[in-house]
Design a protein around this ligand. Structure first.
Ligand code: ACO
Length: 311
């Protein structure tokens, strides 16, 4: 019997053939990719805010230059990702309108406040560490433009992670007050970072189909486990304590057992009620409104050039 279009598509996926923008794809595949890629893009853009908050207060010129470069990288990641979503037929204006109206989701992690300089270390070390674990497998995701964007993003994220770890190491080896500041930042960021991987597999409506389509290569719980196994030895190396009383090495599974994420808090933040949710969204809306003259000027300039015949 002849295979249906959808069966042929799945055969290509199963053979690890990359799907490209002009290839036929099921509408639901297109939709789920637009959903995930646009949420990912929004996360990068909103993710500039918690760290942007510390650029003027970085403790040295060197730290300031590094932080500035890192925040600019995140803007770049957002732009690659919006472009990847556009190849699926999504319009950038619509994606941004959905972000600004509060309709679109972005990662819960960026709705927490950055209270001390140690938070810059913790974000680089833990948050970007979680981002890398999630994104390295996305370099092999089935949709070509998304996979290719992830290759460059992951290289830059590795640099971000190293710089975060280095801030944590400097603070941990510093004065008792500095070490205390590093510990407090770890205490505040540990659980929200575990939430970045999404709900438990049993409560994740999208995982099963996304695994089948090889958009996702690992489930939320698999990545969360890998993250804990990777980070606990790093925390020990820093002389810091992971704030989880249930954390224990499990010899049989060759991994750590760990406590339960506060899922009520997670869903509350996802719904837009995080400690900084309103502030983050307002900052994006203000940036959009204040940038209106720039967009107008760019359009006017483009119109003049094309009128002069220089397209
Ligand atoms: N914050 C906000 N929303 C979340 C989070 C989170 N941490 N985790 C899950 N959700 C949302 C999902 O987007 C989904 O919403 P939707 O169905 O309304 O679109 C819902 O909760 C249910 O979750 P899942 O079914 O598990 O969703 P999915 O299969 O998309 O998995 C995940 C979520 C793991 C985040 C996936 O989308 C992914 O890998 N995305 C790419 C990476 C990414 O976006 N990273 C952003 C943070 S890293 C950074 O930007 C530095």
């Amino acid at each position: 019997a002849e295979l249906t279009q959808e069966e042929q598509f799945q055969t290509r996926i199963d053979a690890d053939v990359r799907i490209e923008p002009k290839d036929w794809m099921p509408e639901a595949y297109r939709k789920t990719l637009i959903r995930q890629i646009s949420q990912h893009a929004h996360s990068e853009i909103v993710g500039m805010l918690p760290e942007g908050n510390w650029i003027t207060r970085a403790p040295s010129l060197k730290r300031k230059a590094i932080l500035l470069a890192k925040v600019q990288d995140e803007a770049g990641h957002g732009l690659y990702l919006y472009s990847a979503a556009e190849t699926l037929g999504a319009s950038r204006d619509q994606m941004l309108a959905d972000l600004h109206s509060g309709k679109a989701k972005y990662s819960s992690i960026f709705n927490y406040p950055t209270l001390s300089w140690a938070d810059m270390g913790t974000i680089g070390w833990l948050v970007d560490g979680a981002a890398i674990l999630n994104q390295v497998p996305l370099c092999r995701t089935s949709y070509g433009p998304y996979a290719r964007a992830m290759v460059r993003v992951c290289k830059e994220e590795s640099f971000h992670q190293r710089q975060g770890f280095e801030i944590m190491q400097t603070l941990s080896e510093g004065t008792p007050e500095q070490k205390q500041m590093a510990q407090e930042a770890l205490n505040r960021w540990w659980w929200p970072t575990l939430m970045m991987f999404g709900p438990k597999d049993a409560d994740s409506p999208n995982t099963e189909q996304s695994m089948k389509w090889r958009i996702k290569r690992f489930t939320n719980d698999e990545l969360r486990q890998k993250f804990v196994d990777m980070m606990v030895p790093q925390a020990e190396f820093l002389g810091l304590t992971v704030p989880d009383e249930k954390l224990r090495w499990n010899e049989a599974k060759q991994g750590y057992d760990f406590g339960e994420v506060d899922w009520a808090e997670f869903w509350d933040v996802v719904k837009g009620n995080g400690p900084c949710s309103r502030e983050r969204l307002q900052a994006r809306v203000d940036a959009w409104n204040e940038g209106e003259w720039v967009r107008e000027a760019a359009l006017a300039h483009a119109a003049k050039r094309s009128a002069r015949g220089k397209v």
